[in-house]
Write a protein that binds this ligand. Sequence first.
Ligand code: M6R
Length: 608
Amino acid sequence: MCGIIGTIGDRNIVPALIGGLRQLEYRGYDSAGVAAITQAHTLARVRTEGKIASLDEKVTAAKLEAPIGIGHTRWATHGAPVERNAHPHFSPDGRFAVVHNGIIENASEIKSMLLKGGVFASDTDTEVIAHLLQLYYTGDVVQAIRDTCRRLRGAWALAILCLDTPDTLYGAASGSPLLAAKGENGVYLASDAIAIREKAVGCRLHKGEICALDRDALRFFDAEGKPVFKELAPVSANENDTDKGAYAHHMLREIMQQPDAVGRTLSPLIEDGRVVIDDGVLSADFVKNGLREIKIVACGSAYHTGMTGAMLFERLSRVSARAEIASEFRYASPLIDEGTLAIFVSQSGETADTLAALRLAKERGAKILSIVNVPGSAIASESDCVIHTKAGREIAVATTKAYSAQLSVFYALAIRLASLKGEIDEETARRLAHELAALPDRIAETIEVSVAPAKALAEQIYARPDMFFIGRQLDFATATEGSLKMKEISYLNSQAYAAGELKHGTISLVEPGTPVIAVATDPAVAAKTQSNVCEVKARGAKSVAVVTRSLAPAFADADVVFTVPDTSPYFAGSLAVLPLQLLSYYTALKRGCDIDQPKNLAKSVTVE
Ligand code: M6R
């Protein structure tokens, strides 16, 4: 994982490096560093444990100034997040400085075989790159990078400085994102356009490519080191909306932005009271004559939206559908062919496991549709077709508005697929589209009525060591997301169970006062969930129910009840998740956790 940046400017580029790294902190924030070639022709380096704010202090104290430099914000893979493992790493002779995003899978092999043990200053996989550059360097940096990359297995995006060529910034990529760009004030290498804080033109480096950037020219090379021409296009940062406004945390602001996020996402998908999905995404011919099954592949919260999507596809359109965890999918010999519609869901569009699964599905002939929030991301660009969620930039590590936007896309897809399959008639399709169009208002209403009870419940449960989330069918998917949100930001041990499973073992963990949060929005299974609530209450649990208005009377005996507006049971997950998001937010707040940047996590997980 990690975020990298490199820049050359006319004046001191250190503020641009630090500013860019602040934008890249979503990719990791456990340690950071910069290296620069100063006017005095020295390779200077400042590194720190912790976030960019502490790097900034150290850089200021060191009075570091330079016209060319590289920077890194880290999410540790090899070696603890301590200063000596922070990037940039230097070659033993001090000629090369390297920052890296990705994983070098054969690092230990290189260390023992090629570098004969060597003397290493860090525990990282990255340091072998700096050693290899020194080993292969005979005066031509591009050739040294080419020969180094030939020895590497895994994934990398690299920014490199060489003391012998103080006006040139080098880059190389394979499997991790890297953008080379040129603006008024400088040239750049970056993991994400968001780090380039001026108008610029540029391009992504493809697998194996190398670049050498001077103040006036961007040069590109293929994996053999042969020059290649690459078209430059305007580089667009997603949305430079990084202000928390009046909110204490990005997460709270993003929770509040959900009505807009869902409204914007649905707007191009509903026209004249009907769901419209481009023919290129779902054609009548493919649905009737080609489509055999749907696989939805994603990680974390995106996978939870896939659980909902799969259930809806099966229920509404009677097409066989399964949600798959991306990191498992590619190792499971999945059955995929031309009759498979493979849907990849990702906020960032860069999640390594999801991207790898996409490539596998593509190889095997599946039709690839992705649901992505970041336009131009790797997953979006490698898909046959894309539906963009329009959640805007999501900064908090715990996803909220992107999750809701993804759900709304699945709702629209399920309606359209059911219509094309002839499983629902025109009138039902219109009624469901009408319910869908009302979702943003219902989300707003739910958030408004949930804030106070969520705060109050957080006060009661924040010190409990563990808790459970339960639900059946679609409500189970919502419970699973609620549980992830809770553990992710409050560090409480929380588990989600299909409500009927609890009694098959886990109920032995229920103690007097253990919070058990039941989601029940589907009338078809609500009575069963209600029985499960009685069972845990009988064992002393603190029972909490998240239910729709019409189901609320059946749950009157629960200790705490969150009521959400009535809507189609197919879409109720969009509402039920909101009190759960708020509950985790206020619980984490009460526990004094770092809500926007929880420990050990990163927003975008670009390693497998
Ligand atoms: O960017 P992606 O949607 O592909 O990310 C997938 C997961 O890493 C992500 O949903 C993660 O689980 C969130 N932190 C959950 O809040």
